[in-house]
Design a protein around this ligand. Structure first.
Ligand code: SF4
Length: 391
């Protein structure tokens, strides 16, 4: 068993924010593939196409391999290989994707990479979990101690908080992860914009979710708005504003440390991160740069972010161009001009989100960002030494 000691700690510190300042030029790369088809869940406000045609899957996987090879060529680090968009346990073709030799090759070649997947293991049968792990634990296919991260949407808040039988069922699966597989397992809850906006979760309920998660489920809640996947710009904007309002209402000094807001941390997923998503398009797979807006998001219709056909090196160039463009734009947007977060936002391609959503102003909640980015400390050890403030 190579179970990680604390899901909570592991999830909280496993991103590039944990790199020392001297390693901040080591880009982390996330490659996400939309290849899973079918899903038996009915999550509130589900934003993905549950029935994508898997006919294009081999092309998508080959494109992922091409990009993963580019990551290796450029000396960067593949951190996450996301297999989605539907539930890992009830999609009709999870086995076929996991048995794909190119997928296995990618994971063999990138020993620091994890497979990350949306997974409702709370409602999966034990038999189904076993079936999937029979493939993952076959050492002819995947490395023995490969990392797997499941991201589980919180469905019914009341059930997650108060249903003892449900809690036992979730923990039964967690026990399986601890005792029945040599894989390094991570999992976290995710709270999605649709759940928040649709259900009006108040601060008391939010705090209960956070506490229950850390104390009884032994993991953390990740914030994953995913509003950019909504069909219309109107709904995207509504979800975004609803999400920002929600964060402002529930997050305070006392609970900000209990939640992973990878997007809100300036170190995380900005200068040292590139996220790329491959989806089935009308005439073959299309590839898109992710925008790190709270969490990863992508805007299929934004031409600047469309990097279909580009090599990995060209994608890096495109990202740099968009960062420069964003920094230039920041001085022209009233909210952003002089904002202390402007450079980080540019690196997260946030200004492309402003364009895609047709919003000429802040798309984040700055009060919330303040909790995660204290500007009254010098963050770099080398800088401290220069200032003579460290021995
Ligand atoms: S989007 Fe908001 S946080 Fe980012 S630079 Fe503009 S005002 Fe600042």
């Amino acid at each position: 068993m190579t179970m990680q000691k604390s899901y909570c700690k592991q999830m909280r510190y496993s991103g590039p924010e944990s790199l020392a300042p001297k390693d901040q030029d080591k880009f982390d790369v996330l490659i996400q593939m939309e290849v899973l088809s079918g899903c038996e869940q009915a999550c509130l406000g589900c934003f993905v196409d549950k029935n994508i045609d898997p006919g294009m899957n081999q092309q998508i996987i080959d494109r992922a391999k091409e990009l993963a090879d580019g990551v290796k060529r450029t000396g960067l680090n593949l951190r996450e290989f996301v297999i989605g968009p539907t539930d890992f346990f009830t999609a009709s073709n999870t086995e076929s994707v996991l048995n794909n030799e190119t997928v296995q090759e990618i994971m063999r070649e990138h020993t620091g990479a994890r497979i990350a997947a949306p997974a409702k293991f709370d409602v999966a049968t034990m038999e189904r979990v076993q079936e999937i792990f029979n493939i993952l634990d076959d050492e002819d296919k995947f490395r023995r101690e490969m990392i797997i991260e499941f991201i589980m949407p919180i469905g019914k808040v009341d059930q997650m908080l108060n249903d003892i039988v449900y809690h036992q069922e979730v923990m039964r699966k967690v026990k399986f992860f601890k005792e029945n597989t040599p894989k390094q397992m991570d999992w976290s809850w995710t709270l999605q914009a649709s759940n928040v906006v649709g259900k009006k979760i108040d601060k008391e309920t939010y705090n209960k979710i956070i506490q229950k998660s850390v104390n009884e489920y032994e993991t953390i809640v990740e914030m994953n708005p995913a509003f950019s996947r909504a069909n219309s710009q109107l709904v995207q904007r509504k979800n975004l504003f609803g999400w920002n309002e929600f964060l402002g209402r529930v997050i305070d000094e006392g609970n900000s440390n209990e939640t992973v807001m990878s997007m809100a941390n300036l170190y995380c997923n900005s200068i040292n991160f590139v996220g790329i998503t491959i989806v089935p398009g009308e005439n073959g797979p299309t590839t898109h740069l992710n925008v790190m807006l709270h969490e990863q998001a992508f805007f299929l219709k934004n031409k600047n972010l469309d990097v279909t056909g580009l090599t990995f090196e060209e994608i890096l160039d495109r990202k740099h161009e968009l960062v420069t463009k964003g920094i230039n734009r920041s001085s022209k947007v009233k909210d952003c001009n002089g904002c202390q977060f402007a450079v980080a936002c540019a690196n997260r391609l946030i200004f492309e989100a402003q364009e895609s959503l047709n919003i000429d102003g802040c798309v984040l909640n700055k009060d919330v960002l303040d909790h995660y980015n204290p500007f009254d400390f010098t963050w770099n050890d080398d800088a401290l030494k220069k200032l003579g403030e460290a021995s």
